[in-house]
Design a protein around this ligand. Structure first.
Ligand code: SF4
Ligand code: SF4
Length: 404
């Protein structure tokens, strides 16, 4: 308050000279100005923040993958906020293309790197999506997806890996995640082999549900709550001290989003690559060697949301003979694979174009692409139409180096 008084002291000085009625009007407007620009009713959306974003010069647009491949002003971060703001203020309807626009975001946090307010546009849009759900206006396809998730507890139809049954005793739990289990099961098998080689007592979770990221992202907050409750109950009743996740988005959800809705896991939460590096440093896994050049792609969730850039590089550098290459857009300034933020499901065309654009950047460096996220791996495998490059998960590269 004192800061505010200091900031506006020039106004106070001028007001002293003014008539009483003017003083009253200025003070009234000053105190009520904020209220005029946010809705009277309570919203899930942070409308004050959306307004700041809407009024911003929008320079982060140049790093927004959706805007870049979509080639449209409406897809830029501030433009999405402008439409969101008008919807929340009741100036335009929650309908048709305006609602659709609220899902055209890869949740990559690229804009945040440049944002003076440190906004995550995805977070701003999630609040709007929650309002869309509360109004009963969620797109039909997304409602079907939510129903399927609530029924199967997994986002994809089939999970190929049978669950372990020893989870209650193990100190280390391996959370496989829906994408790896259903779409890149080799990664799960690889991780299980690596953990077995380390000699550690680990287990998978018998009744593992999706971490809930898709539900949270799409604004289904009540369903997300149920998933968080289920997974945290299972993990907290076990003897688990370390929860290792294949997918960095799962790790982010456990670490950052569960506590926000009241579920704090008792275990340390680690992405798999960080855990594997620890095993190498403790000599529990000893890479023998692997010749070749590998370019590392930083997954958005790992580098920007969890701030993990050095562990995967250290892990790759620990493999004798392996030559680690970098792309221009790397570390926290990485570029999205296109499958984040459920974009592969909500807007598959935009998602594929982003994946193709990113793989072409990586291809220019060398023909072995390595990443540390099953969703990125899936995106690149889909985008690798001419099969000119090989796409690996970092665990697969590590296992190859042991088997040599
Ligand atoms: S995300 Fe930040 S930098 Fe980008 S338009 Fe919004 S306020 Fe501006
Ligand atoms: S999070 Fe990524 S896709 Fe979404 S608006 Fe920001 S830069 Fe664009």
């Amino acid at each position: 308050m004192l800061d505010k008084i200091k900031k506006y002291s020039w106004l106070i000085d001028s007001l002293m000279e003014a008539k009483w009625s003017t003083k009253k009007e200025v003070v009234h407007n000053f105190l009520n100005a904020k209220k005029k620009y946010v809705p009277k009713e309570k919203t899930n959306a942070k409308v004050g923040d959306i307004l700041k974003c809407a009024l911003c010069p929008n320079m982060c647009r140049f790093d927004c993958p959706v805007a870049r491949v979509g080639n449209s002003e409406a897809l830029t971060p501030a433009a999405k906020s402008r439409i969101a703001y008008l919807m929340e203020m009741g100036e335009i309807d929650f309908s048709g293309e305006f609602v659709d626009l609220m899902y055209k975001c890869a949740g990559c946090d690229a804009s945040r790197e440049w944002c003076p307010f440190d906004f995550s546009v995805e977070d701003l849009l999630v609040g709007v999506r929650e309002d869309i759900v509360d109004k009963g206006l969620a797109p039909k396809a997304l409602l079907e997806l939510k129903d399927k998730l609530e029924k199967n507890h997994q986002i994809y139809d089939q999970s190929l890996i049978p669950p372990d049954t020893e989870a209650e005793k193990a100190r280390i739990l391996y959370f496989m995640g829906c994408t790896a289990r259903a779409k890149v099961p080799d990664v799960v098998n690889t991780n299980i082999k690596l953990l077995e080689k380390s000699g550690l007592d680990f287990a998978t979770i018998p009744d593992e549900w999706c971490c809930g990221a898709p539900l949270s992202t799409l604004g289904f907050k009540d369903s997300f709550y149920k998933f968080a409750e289920h997974n945290s109950r299972l993990i907290n009743k076990s003897k688990c001290r370390t929860l290792v996740c294949d997918c960095p988005e799962c790790a982010y959800v456990f670490r950052e989003l569960y506590p926000k809705i009241g579920f704090r896991l008792k275990a340390e939460i680690l992405p798999m690559n960080q855990f594997l590096l620890r095993l190498v440093e403790e000599n529990k896994i000893k890479p023998a060697g692997l010749q070749g050049e590998f370019v590392y792609h930083d997954p958005c969730a790992l580098s920007r949301k969890l701030n993990v850039c050095s562990a995967p590089r250290e892990l790759l550098k620990s493999i004798p003979g392996l030559e680690l290459k970098e792309t221009y857009f790397s570390h926290r300034e990485t570029r999205c694979c296109g499958m984040g933020g459920m974009l592969g499901i909500t807007n598959p065309e935009i998602s594929s174009k982003i994946g193709e654009s990113r793989i072409s950047e990586l291809k220019e460096v060398c023909s072995n692409i390595v990443t540390a996220c099953p969703t990125c791996e899936l995106a690149f495998k889909n985008a690798n139409k001419d099969k000119k490059v090989k796409v690996y998960d970092i665990s697969e590269v590590l296992l190859k180096s042991l088997e040599k």
